[in-house]
Design a protein around this ligand. Structure first.
Ligand code: SF4
Ligand code: SF4
Length: 406
């Protein structure tokens, strides 16, 4: 399940809530997507183990091939590429504005002359680490860089949906927030009972409703201000999942860079209760349940027989009748890098199962999305890149197969 923690404005205690929630749960991942000003690491204090440069592909036009048709500018949603037509005094040219480019690749794909190639433009870095069982990652946007959504999306690619993923979103309701909370199963909105808190909460609720993401509210410093936030939540049928009082210990912990469960460990239980309520409010998502089930097979958890990665992908679809015991047997020698041609067993199984449905058009999509997540289709390379673990490949293959086969 993916839970994003957001707030209509900064300074509401969003990050201390996100970190405290993560530290109260088992098998959890915390992704700090506030890439312009990441600060979850200050509260969590993870050991950073890996740091990779983040970049986006921006177009470079080959003048000798370009016929100035203008297709690239037509498909660019961000006005990052413009075509100056030929005139009597001007030879015409294509202008690229790298600072506006989101690296979506549409111009390259639609250029009829294949005149566009892509070069990587650095935008920041992604660091990963761990603390007290919490798997951590954050993005750091380069100083002066304006393009935060692509970096947020790259951080989110690390989501391990077989666990509980907590996303610390940027404050506000603009594009970076939408990029961070999109695809979440639930959004926890942290607010305070003041006129500003109320105004920004309303904006945040409206944004989440447009995204069709269920919401719940945590009121921080609940004993200050007035009761208008609670009245609003009641009128809108929005559950208030927790109220945190204004306490000196909490303020001190915050200013010392400690999450609120440190001075007040009794809040751990309350955060667990909040999580239980979120599970109920978000409802069970079959896709995520399948991925979870596959990972349970892969790890031999909850009484399930331990299977290799390829078998685990197949086993997740047994209840639907889409796969059977013969599939599990058929993939017995496809784990541990032994799948044909060195393929990752997870994607090998997903491709094999999708292929037999006759849905060949989706094979390319499955391949591309898997590569975007893992970096490769080959087991050895995926292990070398160390972007994702084997169990993440299992979860991703199941998620993609489920979606592309529907
Ligand atoms: S789509 Fe290709 S050929 Fe057409 S103007 Fe753009 S770069 Fe040139
Ligand atoms: S990659 Fe996307 S955003 Fe960048 S110029 Fe091409 S179409 Fe525009």
């Amino acid at each position: 399940m993916i839970i994003s923690v957001a707030s209509g404005k900064g300074g509401t205690g969003k990050t201390t809530v996100a970190v405290s929630l993560a530290l109260s749960l088992d098998d959890v991942q915390l992704l700090d997507c506030d890439v312009e000003e990441p600060n979850a690491h200050i509260f969590l204090k993870p050991v950073i183990r890996n740091s990779i440069k983040a970049s986006i592909p921006v177009p470079v036009v080959d003048k000798t091939k370009c016929d100035l048709c203008g297709k690239c500018a037509d498909v660019c949603m961000y006005n990052a590429i413009a075509v100056m037509p030929k005139s009597r005094t001007n030879a015409g040219r294509v202008l690229v504005f790298p600072q506006l480019c989101h690296g979506c690749g549409a111009c390259t794909m639609f250029c009829p002359q294949q005149a566009i190639r892509e070069v990587e433009r650095p935008i920041g870095e992604i660091q990963t680490g761990k603390k007290s069982g919490v798997v951590f990652a954050h993005g750091r946007l380069d100083v002066g860089e304006a393009m935060s959504p692509p970096l947020i999306r790259q951080v989110k690619r690390l989501s391990d949906i077989s666990t509980t993923v907590i996303i610390d979103a940027p404050p506000g309701t603009s594009c970076p927030v939408i990029a961070a909370v999109k695809d979440s199963d639930f959004c926890l909105l942290v607010t305070e009972p003041t006129p500003f808190g109320m105004n920004d909460l309303i904006l945040a609720v409206e944004a989440m409703r447009k995204l069709k993401i269920p919401v719940g509210v945590i009121i921080n410093r609940c004993d200050m201000g007035n009761d208008k936030v609670e009245t609003y939540c009641k009128s809108q049928n929005i559950p208030v999942l927790m109220k945190i009082p204004f306490r000196k210990e909490i303020a001190e912990a915050y200013s010392n860079g400690n999450p609120l469960i440190e001075p007040l460990p009794q809040y751990k239980e309350q955060f667990k209760e909040v999580f239980n309520k979120i599970e109920t409010l978000a409802g069970k998502d079959e896709k995520k349940m399948k991925a979870k089930k596959a990972v349970e097979y892969f790890r031999g958890l909850n009484g399930k027989m331990r299977l290799n990665c390829a078998q685990s992908v197949a086993a997740a679809f047994m209840d639907d009748g889409f796969t059977s015991n013969s599939d599990i047997e058929g993939f017995w020698d496809c784990g541990f890098g032994e799948a044909p041609d060195g393929y990752c067993g997870s994607i090998y199984a997903a491709l094999s199962l999708l292929r037999r449905t006759g849905n060949d058009g989706r094979l390319k999509e499955l391949t591309e999305e898997f590569i975007a997540y893992t970096g490769s289709l080959k087991c050895k390379e995926i292990r070398t890149f160390r972007r994702v673990s084997c169990r993440q490949t299992v979860a991703k293959a199941v998620e993609l197969l489920e979606r592309l086969n529907s």
